[in-house]
Design a binder for this molecule. Structure first.
Ligand SMILES: NC(=O)C1=CN([C@@H]2O[C@H](COP(=O)(O)OP(=O)(O)OC[C@H]3O[C@@H](n4cnc5c(N)ncnc54)[C@H](OP(=O)(O)O)[C@@H]3O)[C@@H](O)[C@H]2O)C=CC1
Ligand SMILES: O=C(CO)COP(=O)(O)O
Length: 340
């Protein structure tokens, strides 16, 4: 059992903190709003983010960052990707020297195109070798109901990954280790782009054939960019890749899917984000990925069309026509070229 801090009391931070507390870890959840702290400590609920759910009674929330961090052996960051750097900066003065740093955010920093573990390594240099990424198919709404879930903890340091694995694992939350940090993080980030596209296409009344094509070709372009960045292609057929793609692209729990679906009904992106009231990571990730694909000279046709729809007001039906009328190609083009 460990002393654990969880930073970010949104849907995922609250669900993960509840799992950790239920596993017997002394768990403190940092919420920046006092009203959330009071609700969690008094009623063991977080109605805005996890309606009707009961949290582990032993879970303690606090709005005092130093109090939450100081004694923690494991610190879990679960804030939106664009807020990770600032949160890490605030935390640094209070960290114990050997704390394991876990993050569960799925995205890319849009300003720097960096992955979350890279952002943490820059901001927490003393802990750069103890960073773990937790990812995989895991809707908070299901985890809090104790529905069976399997995730991955990826780290260069297998000891750090095993500490995280032991803290989180229980009878309904199975945790695998992995050493391919790039692949696991890119799988988690890029599936949100495809989930947005899938929500959009579902709203345009695509049939099952079209959705299956979108997921499969989406996975191909996720793996293509991941490989160019140094990931192992096989990671994309694991939990962090195809696993999370299935969970996110086929579930009404997914905020990314829902956002795409709302756009298909003619709503503007700004309006969709306000209505959602929770983070939709795929929007910023589409922006970052569009530029990264160009930088790495990798073809990502679905991402490119989605970028045009989100940020250049392109008509979704025109985007679909442009996707379908691309030049002829081999399905396994990447394998034919030897992933070179
Ligand atoms: N929800 C899920 O099922 C899953 C989510 N994830 C990932 O987890 C990460 C967090 O998502 P999730 O919990 O769902 O998000 P939510 O939108 O549900 O909650 C976001 C949390 O972060 C806080 N927050 C928002 N902006 C800032 C900021 N600028 N600085 C500090 N804190 C901030 C919010 O505080 P406040 O309430 O005060 O605004 C809230 O506690 C994302 O990267 C997401 O992709 C991964 C797997 C599953
Ligand atoms: O990452 C998730 C499930 O694995 C949650 O996806 P959304 O952010 O789209 O809700």
């Amino acid at each position: 059992m460990k002393n654990v801090a969880v930073l970010g009391a949104g849907s995922w931070g609250t669900a993960l903190a509840s799992v950790l507390a239920e596993n017997g870890n002394e768990t403190r959840l940092y919420a920046r709003r006092l009203s959330a702290v009071q609700e969690i400590n008094t009623y063991h609920t977080n109605e805005h983010y996890l309606p009707k759910a009961s949290l582990a009674p032993s879970l303690q929330a606090s709005a005092n960052l130093s109090e939450v961090i100081r004694r923690s052996d494991v610190v879990v960051f679960v804030v939106p990707s664009q807020a990770l750097r600032e949160t890490a900066r605030q935390v640094r003065p209070y960290l114990k020297p050997n704390s394991v740093i876990v993050h569960a955010s799925k995205g890319l920093e849009v300003r720097t195109f960096k992955r979350m573990s890279q952002v943490l390594a820059e901001e927490l240099p003393e802990h750069a070798n103890q960073i773990v990424a937790l990812t995989g198919p895991s809707h908070a709404e299901e985890v809090i109901q104790k529905l069976p879930t399997a995730v991955v903890v990826a780290s260069k340091d297998s000891h750090a990954a095993e500490i995280a694995q032991s803290c989180f694992m229980n009878s309904y939350f199975r945790v695998y280790t992995n050493t391919d940090v790039i692949g696991c993080e890119m799988g988690g980030a890029l599936k949100n782009v495809i989930a947005l596209a899938t929500g959009l296409c579902s709203g345009m009344e695509f049939g099952d054939n079209g959705i299956a094509a979108l997921l499969t070709r989406g996975l191909a372009e996720m793996a293509r960019l991941g490989f160019a960045m140094g990931a192992q292609p096989n990671t994309f057929v694991g939990l962090a890749g195809v696993g999370d793609l299935i969970a996110t692209c086929t579930s009404p729990h997914s905020r990314n899917w829902r956002a795409g679906n709302m756009i298909s009904q003619g709503k503007k992106l700004d309006q969709v984000l306000v209505e959602m009231g929770m983070v939709v990571e795929g929007v910023k990730t589409t922006e970052a990925t569009y530029t990264m694909a160009k930088h790495y000279q990798v073809e990502m046709p679905i991402t490119e069309q989605l970028y045009q729809v989100l940020f250049a007001d392109k008509c979704p039906r025109k985007a679909l026509t442009d996707l379908m009328s691309r030049d002829k190609t081999h399905e396994l083009q990447d394998y034919v070229q030897g992933w070179s």
